[in-house]
Design a protein around this ligand. Structure first.
Ligand SMILES: [Zn+2]
Length: 331
């Protein structure tokens, strides 16, 4: 495994591309964005929204979770004079702090919110299937943030849906292929809904979004996240802890690498500081909440161990230690 010479992301991350100097495509995307004229982009964005407006009340839909990026997204759209309808997909296992943050977001910005809850059993079944077949307990929820939010937007006759960052451009290899294209096979509303990533039109810096969100009523956790060192990232859904952990056996890096790389790129920590956090926390398993998560997914200890083994491409003594701990639950 080779890490980017600027940040800490390894070449095992799907879709990442390294240049001849060993610098990853995400690091090269940062200076590329510096030349953008955001005032001009904002006006172009508003033109598109105005041109497609159909609903007399709402200008656009915004997909939200109540996390730091949602606060920034809603704040920006409101400042641009737009009236967005917020739509959120209920987290699989909602965390108390996530519920509070979503409430604060709606209250602070005075926006309307629709929260979609998929049929509980169907949702559990889908999440269980994704977990056992793909080692990804969060995929059913991610699909819903595209499929169901867009279906709802269509029902309200709102053809523009905003999301946060263009993930492929920010973290992957290509600036051309969007995340939406990956999920397009699940979307039934087709071309009638236009996806807009705010990061394509406005500054979008995760640590800045957190700082701004906190000014508007967003609360960080009192403790660092499992496997990571941040307190304000991925707070809404307890199941995220297992989802984020699985990159460790699959791709050989964990949550500290993921957020460490972002913060190094944003100039908020040094590469050495990030490597230190990675050494300490990467691959830490969510033992505190694993019983809750297993109960939600309806999986046994044997099934979780078998799934870890099935998707372990990068062996590490930490993973063997975790499996031994899980084995004890059987007694
Ligand atoms: Zn990099």
């Amino acid at each position: 495994m080779k890490r980017c010479t600027k940040c800490v992301i390894p070449d095992t991350r799907p879709n990442i591309v390294f240049d001849e100097n060993g610098v990853c495509s995400s690091c090269n995307y940062v200076p590329f964005r510096k030349s953008w004229d955001f005032e001009k982009l904002k006006n172009e964005c508003l033109e598109i929204v105005k041109k497609h407006k159909k609903n007399p009340h709402y200008d656009c839909v915004v997909a939200v979770s109540g996390g730091k990026d949602s606060f920034y997204l809603v704040k920006t759209l409101k400042e641009w004079g737009l009236n967005p309808l917020c739509i959120s997909i209920r987290p699989l296992i909602p965390s108390p702090i996530g519920i509070k943050n979503l409430h604060n977001m709606v209250y602070t910005f005075g926006v309307d919110l629709i929260q979609i809850t998929l049929g509980e059993q169907r949702w559990r079944d889908e999440s269980r299937k994704w977990f056992l077949e793909d080692g990804n307990c969060f995929e059913a929820w991610v699909i819903a943030t595209f499929r169901d939010v867009q279906d709802m937007a269509k029902k309200f006759d709102i053809p523009i849906v905003f999301y946060g960052e263009n993930g492929n451009a920010f973290y992957g290899g290509s600036t051309e292929k969007t995340v939406l294209e990956e999920y397009s096979k699940y979307i039934t509303s087709g071309q009638e809904v236009i996806t807009m990533y705010l990061s394509d039109w406005a500054p979008f810096v995760s640590s800045e979004n957190l700082r701004i969100a906190k000014e508007y009523g967003f609360t960080e956790n009192s403790v660092r996240s499992v496997g990571g060192f941040t307190k304000g990232y991925s707070l809404d859904d307890t199941i995220d802890e297992l989802y984020l952990w699985f990159t460790y056996p699959k791709f050989g890096y964990g949550t500290s690498t993921k957020y460490g790389a972002q913060l190094v790129r944003e100039g908020k920590m040094t590469r050495e500081e990030a490597l230190d956090k990675i050494e300490k926390y990467d691959g830490e398993f969510p033992f505190d909440n694993i019983d809750l998560i297993m109960e939600y997914l309806g999986i046994t200890v044997d099934e979780i161990i078998a799934t870890i083994r099935k998707f372990t491409n990068y062996h590490h003594e930490r993973i063997e230690g975790i499996i031994q701990e899980l084995e004890k639950k059987k007694k």
